[in-house]
Design a protein around this ligand. Structure first.
Ligand code: G3P
Ligand code: MG
Length: 257
């Protein structure tokens, strides 16, 4: 199976992360899927934003959880990236689901609940994904293992993944013990042994955030399930350069006749 290419926060090198332009670009660049981060507003509406505080990616200040959706929608989530994207709003999960429904993209919803453990986040998000009939192509992930366990109780068949940036002894056993079907690791955690263990235990292994061509090629050759990248166009080009036998095409040296 070919390693899938998942656009990290959308095609976030080229458009403001977690906004519709970034998701649309990822689709145009033929990514296989989209990864995005989910938090809850004061009125319990799931919205797509990476940080708990709106300061870095909007013209506002303060915590997402202290804004109602109506207040949050007044913020500009594009101008910080470039003037071209001024007045781009924060996206609700509902809007993303409506848009992604007719596309063939896979979806990874990352619960951003390792710092603020939003009450009922899993239930609210799960019910919405279910309502749109998107459970089969959605993976729910979190750095918070309690959240994965809660998802497991909500629906033991839901696809879930534990996120980690640490080299952990016994990682795959831990993943199995919390009932996750996958593990999402930072690139530096990736080893051929981890790939082998995941394959033996039928655990999906996805790697973030892979932006360097040489790292992409390593993930492809090792047979990772997917990579998360800010540059899905480059990831596709690199994937196409790998023939079926796994050898990377090299340019022939120029020879004078
Ligand atoms: O889900 C993969 C990756 O997005 C996890 O890290 O900080 O970019 O959300 P972060
Ligand atoms: Mg994320």
């Amino acid at each position: 199976m070919k390693t899938k290419i998942i656009a990290h926060r959308g095609a976030s090198r080229y458009a403001p992360e977690n906004t519709m332009p970034a998701f649309q670009l990822a689709n145009e660049m033929k990514a296989n899927g989209i990864e995005t981060d989910v938090q809850l507003t004061k009125d319990n509406i799931p919205v797509l934003i990476h940080d708990e505080n709106v300061r870095r990616t909007t013209n506002g200040t303060g915590f997402v959880q202290d804004y109602t959706l109506q207040e949050l929608e007044q913020l500009d989530a594009g101008a910080w990236f470039s003037e071209t994207y001024a007045n781009t709003p924060i996206v609700t999960l509902k809007k993303l689901l409506e848009w992604i429904s007719p596309q063939s993209l896979q979806l990874n919803l990352e619960f951003k609940n390792n710092i603020i453990d939003y009450k009922h986040l899993e239930n609210i998000v799960y019910e919405m994904v279910k309502e749109y009939g998107l459970l089969e192509r959605t993976v729910f992930s979190s750095f918070n293992d309690r959240s994965i366990k809660r998802m497991q109780r909500i629906d033991p068949n839901a696809q879930t993944a534990f996120l980690t940036s640490n080299k952990m002894r016994g990682l795959t056993s831990f993943v199995q013990s919390i009932g996750a079907s996958g593990v999402h690791v930072k690139y530096r955690v990736l080893t051929p042994q981890l790939v082998e263990e995941c394959q033996a235990k039928n655990i999906d292994l996805r790697v973030y955030t892979v932006n360097r061509p040489a790292h992409m090629v390593r993930c492809y050759k090792l047979g990772c399930t997917a990579i998360f990248t800010d540059v899905p166009d480059i990831a596709r080009k690199q994937r196409e350069s790998i023939p079926a036998d796994g050898r990377v095409k090299r340019k022939l040296p120029f020879r004078r006749m």
